[in-house]
Design a protein around this ligand. Structure first.
Ligand SMILES: [Fe+2]
Length: 282
């Protein structure tokens, strides 16, 4: 049985213990009133009701906590090998932007799950970078992996296979079911955490960019800013307007049935996983 891949971890440590472990004096500063809105002091801490993982930092051995954390790997089974190979522990968080749009959250995820549309919708933005007629798909429980191919892949022609660096020439898209899209872009990583908004037709996204090393020069900063700006422009100017049209058409009632994802296995897999997760599967 697969569980959802959004994992809530609760590090259970009483406030008094946190204060004794606080080497930077932040709790003391909050107690004095020098720092405001400090969680646990003048901003309430709400303990998770049903965390996926609970780590006891007082009175539990490291072994007990290690046993708890191994549970995480059952959520990521089958893709753990990929994630490990990326060396993510060396990556640095560059920026997170929050986007809102009038789209159901599932339609936001859908925009990542096929590449046919690149040559039509993203003619000048992504199509020059990625092939639109080549993908590989693997379902991994309710998670999935879809690999897009960069046009630079031709550079590997003539090289022996053991010298191929396929990650460098791919865009590896993972859906960590239900709501996170994780994209390894060769030289950086993007994550999209997509949440329902206030109504069924709204979504809020936390879009993060991670870089293989900390950004310390102005040149590097300009490079990653350009990456983030291109990403935002592509989705807000191209994907989302089209998806909003699709959503409007769904609502119009003009069609009694819709055949969805017949030739796009990643879309079909995602939309089979949802009813399965809520007990409405076949
Ligand atoms: Fe797109």
């Amino acid at each position: 049985m697969w569980a959802a891949c959004t994992i809530e971890a609760f590090m259970d440590t009483p406030i008094e213990v946190c204060e004794t472990r606080d080497t930077k004096g932040m709790y003391a500063a909050a107690r004095r009133g020098d720092v405001h809105n400090f969680t646990g002091i003048d901003d309430p801490y709400e303990e998770p009701l049903r965390p996926d993982v609970k780590l006891e930092t007082v009175g539990a051995t490291a072994l007990v906590n290690a046993a708890a954390t191994t549970e995480i790997y059952t959520h990521l089974a089958q893709m753990a090998e990929d994630l490990e190979a990326f060396g993510l522990e060396d990556y640095s968080h560059y920026e997170t932007r929050i986007l809102r749009t009038e789209l159901n959250w599932k339609l936001v995820i859908d925009t990542f799950l096929e590449t046919y549309h690149l040559s039509v919708l993203h003619k000048t933005t992504i199509a020059p970078i990625l092939h639109s007629n080549l993908t590989a798909f693997d379902g991994m429980g309710r998670n999935l992996r879809m690999i897009g191919v960069r046009k630079t892949v031709g550079a590997l022609r003539g090289l022996p296979e053991h010298d191929w660096d396929l990650v460098r020439h791919s865009a590896l898209v993972y859906v960590l079911f239900p709501n996170t899209v994780f994209i390894m872009q060769g030289d950086h990583l993007e994550t999209w955490r997509v949440y329902p908004g206030k109504s069924v037709d709204e979504a809020v996204m936390h879009v993060s960019l991670y870089t293989p090393e900390p950004t310390v020069t102005e040149k590097a900063k300009a490079h990653w800013d350009r990456n983030m700006d291109l990403l935002m422009a592509t989705v807000t100017n191209e994907d989302f307007p089209l998806a909003r049209n699709i959503q409007r058409d769904f609502h119009s009632g003009a069609q009694a049935t819709i055949t969805f994802g017949a030739n796009e296995p990643a879309l079909a897999h995602f939309h089979r996983s949802i009813p399965d997760a809520v007990g409405q599967g076949a």
